[in-house]
Design a protein around this ligand. Sequence first.
Ligand code: IPE
Ligand code: IPE
Ligand code: MG
Length: 251
Amino acid sequence: MATQASTHTQRGVFPQGFADHGARHVAIIMDGNGRWAKKRLLPRFAGHKAGVDAVRRTARAARELGIECLTLYAFSSENWKRPAAEIADLMGLLRRFIEADIDELVADDVRLRVIGNYRALEPSLVTLIDDAIARTAGNNGPILAIALNYGSQDEMIRAVQSLATRAAAGEIAPEDIGTDHLDAALDTATLPPLDLLIRTSGEQRLSNFLLWQAAYAELYFTDTLWPDFGSDALVQALDTFKGRDRRYGGL
Ligand code: IPE
Ligand code: IPE
Ligand code: MG
């Protein structure tokens, strides 16, 4: 019998949309924009701008490779510690990315999602994001999830608060709360289980990204700086993933 741990090594046994690398959900901590710019004696903004091109390349490649869901860490709940000018640059690039790419996403049948407390962003940006999500809501293709003002601890606290509210209202008994309840209360509730978590730029930490969801994800660290990432780098990560033996605590 094909187990969850071995399906990715066997051709022809994948449910619809399950490409033969076996990774349904890939998430990326897109790091190294600043260092990419510094190496070129450019301002950090140039690195972030090149980073947007890498987002385009990688998201297109993910679609071609049959990845059901690509989640990209674009702005963390801790990135507010950066200088106001850099935060404004990042928000501006996000705005321009959505404005420039939404037609392509709609045409490519992509379902756009956002995880994180994005409603705390500037109101006009929230409206732009909500409109973009709504435009892709009727699509049936791959999911592109952008993590905005996302922090895993913040996400879990919000989820626990919503479960506590339901428990206090008598809707659920506290002792009945299990992993399914928490899964369903997280921002990632409608995304497939996380298979592969990639971090670029050589850093080997999670920086508050998908801590709960990564419980059994495969981790892949590459020295490639985010602006240099793209189709080839993604294929390399998937090849490595394909060779991993996922045991989930079993044998
Ligand atoms: C990733 O690149 C982009 C964001 C965190 C928004 P960085 O800006 O963190 O680049 P480095 O780590 O300084 O090189
Ligand atoms: C993680 O990168 C956040 C994003 C990629 C959006 P950081 O550059 O903020 O992470 P740290 O500060 O090095 O942990
Ligand atoms: Mg960084």
